[in-house]
Design a binder for this molecule. Structure first.
Ligand SMILES: [Fe+2]
Ligand SMILES: [Fe+2]
Length: 183
């Protein structure tokens, strides 16, 4: 089939794209076509990073402190979640750098910057409940960020959607555990 040449291409022509890419090369992945407010996105991502870091610490504490009849299986779940939150933290930090921002790993004020809380929990059930609350907070805040970003930064949006899907799995796992433990 012969391809018709579009009279008015809806994409920016290749020369303009190349010229744009050459300008401000030091901006790395951030091109003049970037539609979001970069600073706002970096700030949102730093809040998400703080949330993930607090979640890693809480799950690690729970992993090491889990005890009781069902502790082994639950502890393994806590550990897996801790490792997955670590992956999220790494993805978010890498994206912040791509956006010419700086990931905030400062332990001072970490708990204040985080959306989710660090709660130790008195026993296994308490721990699972606190983790479920934290996951539900993460689900809400990631959903809000995704809505805010909309179509303005598809790469960040895709990353956040991937993370959100995993937080939903985490919440589902924890809710399942509560059902199994019959509470
Ligand atoms: Fe996470
Ligand atoms: Fe999670």
């Amino acid at each position: 089939m012969a391809s018709k040449k579009a009279e008015k291409p809806f994409l920016t022509d290749i020369k303009t794209l190349r010229d744009r890419a050459r300008k401000h090369i030091e901006d790395g992945a951030v091109t003049p076509g970037y539609q979001a407010d970069r600073e706002v996105v970096v700030n949102l991502l730093n809040a998400a990073l703080a949330t993930e870091l607090v979640c890693i610490l809480r799950y690690k504490r729970h992993y090491f402190m889990a005890s009781g009849i069902y502790a082994d299986a639950v502890a393994q779940e806590f550990l897996q979640h801790a490792n997955e939150e670590q992956m999220h933290a790494d993805q978010i930090a890498a994206r912040i750098v791509q956006l010419k921002g700086e990931p905030d790993f400062n332990p001072d004020g970490l708990a204040t910057r985080s959306h989710a809380e660090y709660v130790e929990g008195e026993n296994l059930i308490d721990m699972i409940k606190e983790d479920l609350i934290a996951e539900r907070i993460a689900i809400d805040s990631y959903s809000e960020m995704i809505r805010y970003i909309g179509d303005k930064d598809p790469t960040t949006r895709r990353m956040l959607e991937g993370i959100l899907a995993m937080e939903e799995e985490h919440a589902d796992d924890l809710a399942g555990m509560l059902t199994e433990l019959d509470v």
